[in-house]
Design a protein around this ligand. Structure first.
Ligand SMILES: C[S@@+](CC[C@H](N)C(=O)[O-])C[C@H]1O[C@@H](n2cnc3c(N)ncnc32)[C@H](O)[C@@H]1O
Length: 342
């Protein structure tokens, strides 16, 4: 085992710990980022190598922004641990290698590396997809320096929204983290639909479920909750579900999605607000709920992906809105479209 692999093993052991020791995790994620930069030799030569890519299904983050994702500590932990647990289950149930597609690897394939310290290449085989050439080059260097090429079945610089899987029936896990809060701008939905509509029923999708929920928020109580050291203070009221992405939903809409790609609008959802919402709450917000796998979930505000997205302020002096009508739209600029009705 070379020193890079030894360091990865030590870091992974902390990231994959069941118990959460935030201070220890904070420092180990900093070590992880340092190791990833070293192992990939990632150096940006000029700004041209660091552009976001605008696709028909959303924005692909530039290498610099993709690297910043590592610092989102709880995101990195929950995704790495959730993916590890999914692999462990799949390995225990399969004769022969578990085949994993990781779409949108960024320059490091951050989410899968800890699992590579726990499984052999006879147990897992990877298909790695990344649209950005600079990130793709970096990933190739990192794989060579960790001597991980034996784990790689396929590695391609391509758009995962149009990727055609060879032997899709043998794919056991699809993982992608190409999202921002409220599923805006990035192509998480389009990538998940393309890949999951090709594989069989047993395939695990990571994250297992992302859902957008409508909340009424009391900002005074929210501030009090942030500073309260004791029991959490309830500061919002859940008023309805707007949109979900999971295996069941994908199988329900996959035909319509394909027929309308890259522009598809999911059916409208109407949420009726309680009377006096404007008197009792300060704003309407969207919560992004992320269940990575089983018990690995990201709670409100734990990650940049789960910060609340404020839709509109409510004014107690003005007439309240009676309902919110929403749809999720896949397009060059994906996201929730909302209409407030009086
Ligand atoms: C949010 S970053 C995450 C990077 C890494 N997986 C992580 O979790 O740290 C998303 C990555 O997905 C890539 N990406 C976005 N859209 C893509 C697409 N349609 N096909 C392939 N890769 C894509 C971006 O270029 C970027 O590197």
């Amino acid at each position: 085992m070379n020193t890079l692999n030894k360091r990865l093993k030590e870091i992974s052991d902390v990231i994959l710990e069941e118990d959460l020791n935030y201070i220890k995790l904070f420092s180990v994620i900093a070590d992880y980022k340092k190791l990833l930069l070293e192992a990939s030799g990632f150096i940006l030569k000029n700004d041209e190598d660091d552009q976001n890519i605008d696709t028909d299904s959303g924005k692909a983050l530039s290498p610099k922004f993709a690297i910043l994702c590592v610092d989102d500590i709880m995101r990195t932990k929950r995704f790495c641990l959730g993916l590890y647990k999914a692999i462990k289950k799949a390995v225990s149930e399969k004769d022969g290698p578990v085949r994993i597609i990781y779409a949108g690897t960024g320059p490091f394939a951050t989410l899968i590396l800890p699992s590579l310290t726990r499984f052999t290449s006879e147990e897992i085989q990877l298909t790695l997809l990344e649209i950005n050439q600079t990130s793709y080059n970096s990933l190739n260097n990192l794989i060579a320096n960790f001597d991980f090429s034996k784990y790689v079945e396929t590695i391609e610089c391509c758009d995962a929204v149009n990727y055609h899987i060879s032997k899709p029936e043998g794919i056991d896990i699809v993982v992608t983290e190409t999202l921002q809060k409220a599923l805006k701008k990035e192509p998480q939905v389009a990538i998940s639909y393309n890949l999951m509509s090709q594989v069989s029923d047993h395939t695990i999708l990571i994250p297992e479920e992302i859902s957008l929920e409508l909340l009424l928020v009391d900002m005074d109580k929210s501030r009090a909750n942030k500073t309260s050291m004791g029991n959490p203070i309830e500061y919002y009221k859940h008023v309805g579900s707007l949109y979900k992405i999971n295996k069941k939903e994908i199988s329900k809409y996959q035909k319509d999605f394909k027929n309308n790609q890259p522009d598809f609008e999911f059916p409208e959802v109407k949420v009726t607000l309680p009377a006096n919402a404007n008197r009792d709450y300060h704003n309407i917000s969207i919560e992004t709920k992320i269940k990575v796998y089983k018990d690995q979930e990201l709670l409100i505000g734990e990650s940049g992906l789960t910060f609340l997205t404020r839709i509109t302020d409510l004014n107690s002096m003005l007439q309240t809105f009676n309902s919110v009508v929403s749809t999720y739209q896949c397009s060059k600029n994906p996201g929730v479209q909302l209409r407030l009705e009086i």
